[in-house]
Design a protein around this ligand. Structure first.
Ligand code: MV4
Length: 448
């Protein structure tokens, strides 16, 4: 087992990893920018190294600075958290060249899933159901129109190098294809420096359901069920739950096994998420994320597993500490993301937090790096905490969320917390009746 792990991240996820390290008797090294000298992750870690100035590009994203910090501190492994360098194959390669272990999948698997066409081809070859669409890239308008005629409209045009919703365009019919195709390519070129696009049948009212998978890198893998992350605004998740309100045990077992078998077959190591759109009882693969996700705590609650501990175990060559047959789904968990943003427009509002009080009690977990007197710097993303609740069933989890929100105090800045008080009063939310468009429609109605 590693003696010392460096955490190449900040905020609540850095704390999450430091906590796992401490429970495992592993020393932790924080890295930080000059803007984060007073950050909680720096205080909580056993050691810290300043790796550069405030902009992420010169600190948290700077591979050479992170590697230097490993050498200075003697860390044998790096946990990347999410975002930043977590899905950067070049970083994994650079660590390997320096004899440092990356706590996550191989550079090859990160690359495979980073290109959305190869990801989809791989998924299909491994028996994962995919959205009908073009076989690979669509080079010109003529081909795009052929694909449209074959699969039927509406279609969606997506960037091969994309993900997370950037560079996507819907064409409702053949007449709309020319403009949609041209715009999608231009946006893809501008955003990713690569104008390759592919085409899929556009699903009109799906849910976003993702399957948590975990591999040991030696041909064994398990699934830990699904999360429903349909409540999003501008491709940012705001509310996630496990299990999904409309997923039956039979469907879970089936799609879960398909995903676990697939990642086992490619010797995938560590945590991964297979993302699907779900409509009319069918799953359609869209992407795979090769990292630990923000919303992993809902899965931890309902399966009683520490995913970060397992990541560290398999990265060090140990087996996972459980088998599929030992994994049992129990109860219901919900996460809401508390951002330093002002409603109704979600305007970022960094600044000084006067008072911070985290809710607690039975079935409540608040992952946050805030403290009273802390100044939230303007340079990084606006997530300041994740409030995660557990109940024996969904109504109990909802009641607990309502209660926990009533205890939360963040004074001095605006947060998205009031949004969730309002959402909890909505019958559709109470009944789990929502899809990927529900939240944006509701927001438009609320604030018009
Ligand atoms: C789609 C889709 C409908 N049909 N693909 C958006 C982000 C990216 N990960 C995939 N996305 C979508 N792909 C097909 N074939 C609708 C979306 C989509 C979406 C997906 C998940 C959560 C929120 C979304 C909001 C708008 C569009």
């Amino acid at each position: 087992m590693f003696e010392k792990i460096l955490i190449a991240n900040r905020g609540e996820i850095a704390l999450r990893v430091i906590r796992a390290c401490r429970e495992m008797g592993i020393k932790s090294v924080a890295v930080h920018s000059t803007a984060d000298a007073d950050a909680m992750h720096v205080r909580l870690a056993d050691e810290s190294v300043c790796i550069g100035p405030a902009p992420s590009s010169e600190s948290y994203l700077k591979i050479s600075a992170v590697i230097s910090a490993c050498e200075i501190s003697g860390a044998q492994a790096v946990h990347p958290g999410y975002g930043f360098l977590s899905e950067n194959a070049g970083f994994v390669q650079a660590l390997e060249d320096h004899g440092i272990t990356f706590i996550g999948p191989s550079a090859e698997h990160i690359r495979l899933m980073g290109d959305k066409i190869t990801a989809k081809e791989t998924a299909r070859a491994l028996g994962i159901p995919c959205v009908p669409g073009s076989d690979g890239g669509v080079p010109d308008l003529e081909t795009a129109l052929e694909v449209g005629a074959e699969i039927g409209y509406p279609v969606i045009i997506k960037a091969t190098a994309g993900g997370g919703g950037r560079g996507m365009k819907v064409a409702v019919d053949a007449d709309a294809m020319e403009i949609a195709f041209r715009t999608a390519r231009a946006e893809a070129k501008a955003a990713f420096g690569n104008d390759e696009v592919y085409i899929e049948k556009y699903l009109q009212k799906p849910r976003h359901i993702e399957i948590q998978v975990f591999g040991d890198g030696k041909g064994r893998a398990v699934h830990l069920g699904e999360r429903d992350c349909s409540l999003q605004r501008r491709h940012q998740k705001v509310f996630e739950e496990a299990p999904g309100p409309v997923i039956t045990p039979k469907m879970r077992a089936e799609i879960g096994k398909t995903c676990a078998d697939a990642v086992a077959k490619i010797n995938y190591i560590g945590a991964g998420t297979v993302e699907f759109l779900y409509e009319d009882g069918q799953f359609y693969f869209i992407e795979m994320n090769t990292r630990l996700q923000v919303e992993h705590p809902v899965t931890e609650f309902v399966y009683g597993i520490d995913l970060v501990r397992e990541q560290i175990r398999v990265a060090s060559g140990l087996p996972m500490s459980f088998r599929q047959e030992e994994l049992e789904l129990n109860g219901h968990a919900i996460e809401v993301r508390i951002n330093a943003e002002k409603l109704p427009n979600f305007t970022p509002c960094p600044g000084r937090v006067k008072t911070f009080h985290a809710p607690g009690g039975l079935g409540v977990r608040m992952d946050s790096a805030l403290y009273g007197g802390y100044s939230i710097p303007p340079y990084y993303d606006s997530l300041i905490g994740k409030l995660v609740v557990y109940g024996r069933d969904r109504p109990e989890a909802l009641a607990r969320l309502n209660r926990a929100l009533s205890e939360l105090v963040v004074d001095g800045i605006e947060t998205t917390a009031p949004l969730f008080d309002a959402l909890l009063n909505e019958p559709d939310i109470q009944h789990g009746e929502y899809n990927i468009h529900w939240l944006e429609k509701w927001l438009a109605r609320q604030f018009s």
